[in-house]
Every structure is written in structure tokens, then in C-alpha cells.
Design a protein around this ligand. Structure first.
Ligand SMILES: Nc1ncnc2c1ncn2[C@@H]1O[C@H](COP(=O)(O)OP(=O)(O)OP(=O)(O)O)[C@@H](O)[C@H]1O
Length: 275
């Protein structure tokens, strides 16, 4: 503009500087270089989002990538337990947080690594929780990562919204389970991502079936799989199914999720390599 004095506070013109939407994106520490940030979302808690996050991270680490997990499920953190981590994260001289590193090399930050007692409940209001998640991105020394997976809080509320607005998320993986209720709520999560201009990389149906150990027949314990229908309706081109597998509960209870041999998520993993 011809008569612009660069001081918007004493100018009433409606120029492009004033109308351009301001970005809420936050920056990580200057030593941090993250190539891809992937959120794992679910419309509803209890579908196995943390399991899917842990399996994806472990598969990518197995392929030789540098991987981190930011456990943003602040009120229900399960990631450290799945990787057998009980030590605390600590701060360096500059007050930056050093994440814990699992046996398979995956770097992890979670509220459970900073609470005095991992059984203590987190009774914080939304803005405080969102602030902690932002700190886990800004103030953690992640160094160089090929993939940072974010175990998002369930639902489409205040905290997931803040994460979508503040972190440069490259794509999401949607966690679901074979139930009508969950399928309906999944659509909300997908719509939220679309409204935030975030790509949906794929969907995973957890507890999709149980394989009979004697005859190999697939039993639809929680009802027939809905994943193909969801993928078609929501135009998601990649999906995987995880069965109910006693090896999974054994591995998570033992803190050794990286011992799971079956690559149930290979379709999603392949896609993550090319996005
Ligand atoms: N497919 C599965 N087979 C066997 N056990 C499973 C399976 N999925 C989840 N589990 C077990 O259920 C428990 C809860 O899983 P997980 O933490 O992933 O889900 P959640 O925290 O309830 O859900 P979300 O992370 O979506 O809020 C874990 O102990 C896990 O081992």
C-alpha cells in the first residue's frame, strides 16, 4: 500500500496483511529436525489408538527409521507402559526435556514420564493439558527424526483441536473398531481432519476378528468388520485390520510391544514410507 506505515494499530485500512489468517503453528527446539508428523486419532477412547501408535512406531523403527512418540493422551497415557519405560524424562541445563528411549530405539515423551507417580491421575483443565502437549513438541530435544507419531487424545474436543492448529501434522491414521457407534464417531474424526486440511493416510480397525487357533476361521466377536465400508465412504484408500491377539495383550503387559512379530499394519507402513 502506498501510505502504509507498517503499524496496523493506528490504521483502519483492510489490507491483505490484516486479513491474512495468522498461523498458530509453534516451532520445536532449533536442534530438532522432524521429517514427518503423523497423528493417530480416534473419535472415541478405548479402540486401541495407543496400541496402533506403538505398533506403527515399532514397525518404522524396525525398518531403520528414527522414530519418536509424543503421547498426547495426557489423561490416559499408555505409551511408556507398552515400551516398558518407568524411568523419568529429565531436563538438561537449559531446561529442555530429554525423552526416554525404548529398547528398540523409539524416543518417547509422555506425562507419565514427568509425574512423580505414574498412577497419579491428571486432573487438569483443557488449556493446561493443551499447553503440556505443546511443550512436548517445543521443549523436548527430539534431535533428528524421520517420523514423530502423536497418540492424540480421543474425540474432537479442545485439545485435539489445539494440536491440529499448533503442530505441522502431515497426516493422520484413524483408529476404529467394528461397532456401529464407533464407525459413526470415526466420521467425526475424519471430518475434523479434513476441516483442518490434514490428509488421512489410512484407517486401522482394531479387534477386527478373532482367529480360531484350531481351524483358522475368523470369528467376528464384536460384529462384522466395517472397515471397508468406512474406507469407501470416507474415501480412505489404505486400511489395515488387527485381530484380537493374545500375543498383543501379553506384549503390552510385559512392556515389550516391539516383540510383536505379525506386521498387521503393513499397508499403512508402506504408505508412510512414500508420503
Ligand atoms: N487387538 C488386540 N488384541 C489383544 N489385546 C488388545 C488388542 N487391542 C488392545 N488390546 C489391549 O487392550 C488394552 C487397551 O489398549 P489400548 O491402550 O491400545 O487402548 P485404549 O487406551 O483403551 O484405547 P485408546 O488408546 O484408543 O484410548 C491394552 O492392554 C491392549 O493390550
Amino acid at each position: 500500500m502506498a501510505d502504509c506505515n507498517s503499524n496496523c494499530s493506528d490504521c483502519s485500512q483492510t489490507c491483505s496483511d490484516r486479513t491474512a489468517p495468522s498461523s498458530f503453528l509453534i516451532q520445536p527446539d532449533e536442534s530438532t529436525k522432524i521429517k514427518k508428523i503423523i497423528g493417530i486419532v480416534s473419535g472415541k477412547g478405548g479402540v486401541g489408538k495407543s496400541l496402533i501408535t506403538s505398533l506403527l512406531a515399532s514397525e518404522m523403527a524396525k525398518k531403520g527409521y528414527k522414530v519418536g512418540i509424543l503421547d498426547a493422551d495426557i489423561t490416559g497415557p499408555s505409551i511408556p507402559k507398552y515400551f516398558g519405560i518407568h524411568e523419568k524424562a529429565y531436563a538438561n541445563n537449559e531446561g529442555k526435556i530429554i525423552p526416554q528411549v525404548a529398547e528398540n530405539g523409539v524416543k518417547i515423551i509422555s506425562v507419565n514420564l514427568i509425574l512423580e507417580n505414574e498412577e497419579d491421575p491428571v486432573i487438569w483443565r483443557g488449556p493446561i493439558i493443551a499447553g503440556v502437549v505443546k511443550q512436548f513438541y517445543q521443549d523436548v530435544i527430539w534431535d533428528e527424526l524421520d517420523y514423530l507419531f502423536i497418540d492424540m487424545p480421543p474425540g474432537t474436543g479442545d485439545v485435539p483441536l489445539t494440536i491440529f492448529q499448533s503442530l505441522p501434522i502431515d497426516g493422520i491414521v484413524v483408529a476404529t473398531a467394528p461397532s456401529d457407534l464407533i464407525s459413526m464417531i470415526v466420521k467425526k474424526a475424519v471430518k475434523m481432519a479434513t476441516m483442518m486440511n490434514v490428509d488421512v493416510i489410512g484407517a486401522v480397525e482394531n479387534m477386527s476378528y478373532l482367529k480360531c487357533p484350531d481351524c483358522g476361521k475368523e470369528i467376528a466377536v464384536f460384529g462384522e468388520s466395517k472397515i471397508e465400508e468406512i474406507a469407501k465412504n470416507e474415501k480412505i484408500d489404505t486400511f489395515s485390520r488387527i485381530p484380537i491377539d493374545p500375543e498383543i495383550s501379553k506384549a503390552t503387559d510385559a512392556g515389550r510391544i516391539f516383540d510383536i512379530k505379525e506386521d498387521y499394519l503393513f499397508d499403512i507402513v508402506d504408505k508412510l514410507e512414500i508420503i
